[in-house]
Ligand binder design. Structure first.
Ligand code: GGG
Length: 328
């Protein structure tokens, strides 16, 4: 008796999500595991049609699939990405930043990963307008979530023989980032892993000047989002950054980039970040060889071209996808 194929939820979302997710799906189909792909809608367009940015079927699908491949959300990001990440109970947003040959990276030695807290902080905060012209935002930082993300980051570093940097702004946000920092440092004591702590503003500068000094950066939610975009600029842009939203039992994979409304519909979006996210998906499901084949084919294509306009070329998404498929 053969086992049922693993089910992959495919949620392209909006904008260039509709271009890069199908490209990554082609690559997944080409490398082999016998997946069952199930497509579902989310985002601005479905909200315009139905009034809901994240239909219940899409949420349910992600909550029950073996893994989800997501594209991007635009205006409805808060109604789509955050609930989708919580549908898979993800507590860690893992964002590797690697410089690939052929991409004119500002810092060719960059090879680091952001391990971003994925459940609380300002992105999960409560916003209010308490009087005309006066708004508030309340954020929650807990010891349990801080401990979980720090433990994930230190385990990740220990497996790879790498060091950890804990990002925070505890000198200003003494109570909330103070708790994050204190908790992460007590987790650090359990590991034989070298680590330091860094104020996130100073860290931004150091990342621009000397990214090669960093391995695993454990961050609160907002800091992880901002610092990873900054780091994308060091290696050739957001078209190259994949990510995994990891929970205890499920995970969702997505490019770090958003919908790119300036180029959406033109067929020139760089599919590399989504293909690299697909490689992470394969590895998460235990298909390490297939994941490595995808990563190697994307890397070889970045090295030789063709390149989409974000990398200075004039190739289309189709051209890059064909090149990657040929190299698999
Ligand atoms: N594929 C990720 C995406 O749609 N990014 C746009 C965005 O607003 N991201 C916020 C976040 O990653 O928390």
């Amino acid at each position: 008796m053969t086992a049922d194929p693993e089910r992959i939820a495919v949620v392209p979302g909006d904008g260039i999500g509709n271009e890069v997710v199908p490209a990554a799906r082609e690559v997944l189909e080409a490398v082999g595991p016998d997946f069952e792909f199930v497509e579902a809608d989310a985002g601005d367009e479905v909200k315009a049609e139905t009034g809901e940015a994240l239909p219940d079927e899409t949420r349910e699908l992600a909550a029950n699939a073996d893994a989800t491949l997501f594209g991007a959300a635009g205006e409805t990001a808060a109604d789509v990405i955050l609930p989708l990440r919580s549908a898979v109970d993800s507590f860690a947003n893992v964002r590797p930043v690697r410089a690939y040959p052929g991409t004119d990276a500002l810092h060719p030695d960059t090879d680091l990963v952001f391990v971003r807290e994925n459940t609380e902080g300002v992105y999960a905060g409560h916003e209010d307008e308490i009087a005309p012209g006066v708004t508030t935002l309340t954020r929650v930082v807990t010891e349990s979530a801080s401990e979980e993300i720090a433990r994930y980051g230190f385990e990740y570093a220990a497996e790879r023989g790498e060091r950890v940097t804990i990002a925070h702004k505890a000198n200003v946000m003494r109570t909330t980032d103070g708790l994050f920092l204190e908790t992460a440092e007590s987790v650090a004591d359990e590991f034989d892993v070298e680590y330091d702590t860094a104020l996130m503003d100073a860290l931004a500068m150091h990342l621009v000047m000397r990214p090669e000094e960093y391995d695993v950066v454990v961050c609160p939610n907002l800091a992880g989002d901002v610092l990873s975009d900054l780091a994308a600029g060091l290696v050739g842009g957001l078209g190259l950054l994949p990510s995994a939203n990891v929970g205890d039992e499920r995970a969702l994979f997505e490019p770090v980039h958003g919908t790119a409304p300036d180029i959406a519909g033109e067929g020139v979006a760089n599919p590399s970040a989504t293909m690299l996210s697909a490689a992470m998906l394969l590895e998460y499901l235990g298909y390490d060889d297939a994941g490595e084949r995808v990563r190697s084919a994307v890397k070889a294509t970045l090295e030789s071209g063709p390149h989409t306009p974000d990398l200075g070329g004039d190739a289309t998404t189709r051209d890059v996808t064909d090149a990657v498929l040929t190299k698999l």
